[in-house]
Design a protein around this ligand. Sequence first.
Ligand SMILES: Cc1cc2nc3c(=O)[nH]c(=O)nc-3n(C[C@H](O)[C@H](O)[C@H](O)COP(=O)(O)OP(=O)(O)OC[C@H]3O[C@@H](n4cnc5c(N)ncnc54)[C@H](O)[C@@H]3O)c2cc1C
Length: 491
Amino acid sequence: MASMYTYHPATKPHLKPSSSVVSPRPPTLALRSSLFRSRIPVDLFSIRTSLNGPTGEPLGRVRVGSKQVVASQHSFDVLIVGAGIIGLTIARQLLLESDLSVAVIDKAVPCSGATGAGQGYIWMASKTPGSDIWELALRSHQLWESLAEHIHDQGLNSQELLGWKKTGSLLIGKTVEESALLERRVKQFSEAGVEAEFLSSRELLLKEPALSVDKESGAALLPNDCQLDAHRTVAFVEEGNRQFASRGRYAEFYHDPVIALLRSGKNGEAKAVLTAKSTFYCKKAVVVASGCWTGSLMRDLNIRVDVPVKPRKGHLLVLENFNPVRLNHGLMEVGYVSHQQIMQHSSVSAAGLSNDEEMLSISMTATTDTMGNLVLGSSRQFVGFNTEADASIIDNIWKRAQEFFPELREMSLAEIGKNRKVRIGLRPFMPDGKPVIGSVPGLSNVFLASGHEGSGLTLALGTAEMVADMVMQNQGKVDSAPFAVEGRCCR
Ligand SMILES: Cc1cc2nc3c(=O)[nH]c(=O)nc-3n(C[C@H](O)[C@H](O)[C@H](O)COP(=O)(O)OP(=O)(O)OC[C@H]3O[C@@H](n4cnc5c(N)ncnc54)[C@H](O)[C@@H]3O)c2cc1C
């Protein structure tokens, strides 16, 4: 337990990006930001420190090429790169289940990545029984439910703290074919031990009166599916993690991009990561949970794996405090499930927008969140790391929602005016549709946890448990083999 930190409280860092660094401020920058911006390749083996290994916090000298710069140094058992839902829940799991010290480092703040855009479904309905991801999703779902129950048992309110609602999920079909598919899925879910029921169009309308249904419509209802609010949940997880700060076991370093990895001359294992401001030594492990940036970060860190993760942009439309449509369940059109797989066709052609490169798809998703906002989604497209709002996509999300909710046909988006917001995030997409979770071949103390695409909130607690078990060398609860780095991320 090397860390010597005193915790400096900060106000909700992810909500106030400009004041988000909650760690002790390093007195001097370690590496100039110009070095980072110019992406001068840092010869990792040429970086030397004038001190003999980790020393806690005091200053040291770091040589980068011919330059010697003064750097602040920190030492933890585990370093986690990325403060999205995956990185923060891994930190939580390690703090709760071990006596290791943990630092979370982010180039920005929590919720600035995909996590901040997430709609909040904690769903089995969008997973396929028997698929590689099924067991992990089941375990994760169970862990989320236990967490919500635990909060409740302590006399606290999980709806307030997590935005938690056990609404159940409705996967909706509009055609005879889609309804037949849903009937088959319900059977599959039941056989896999997950409670599910097929609803005829009449039954569907009774459950969800705001929907427009015709006689071909049908739905799969999974009564145990839930939803949460990503921002509230992240705030809750951070708050819990910070309880360990006064014991010297936890610290957060935000607005501090990781730019290099220092490897031990003895066994080649990771010894430290360098950020724009500091050197962080690790005694046990480095966990890379940097979402869609993981592939480029591996290249920057000179790690010889090729993680084929790509940013898959998503838009959501939030209608604030919206009374005309109030939902009892989380809703999704069945086409959404196939959109998680890249090769499937889109359910709406989004005339004039779609092109093969971007592979734009838009499927109806709808939830009423704990604040009474109607959250409508969602789009999927490949446009690199661009996060600008695209008015034509918002328009198409709106049009698609109008097909499901007659009340919306009576109004235009312009009328809703100021009471609408757009959320945009980059889902970390893996071409084979499953996250990569495991140690890097040849670098056994570096672990990846990335590529959760549109299911990172659902899969977070299961992923966190899996990674923590790997770090602590415990037997896992779920088989991690399908998520291994080896064979999927080769150079
Ligand atoms: C519109 C939309 C709706 C969604 N809805 C749902 C849903 O309903 N249910 C669900 O389960 N999932 C949903 N998702 C998916 C879910 O949000 C993601 O899978 C999840 O947030 C991924 O979490 P992450 O921690 O891996 O990545 P991120 O949240 O992107 O976090 C990665 C972090 O790494 C940091 N980072 C990157 N590079 C560096 C570096 N060099 N140094 C330091 N830090 C770095 C970034 O700043 C970022 O904070 C949705 C996503 C979108 C976009």
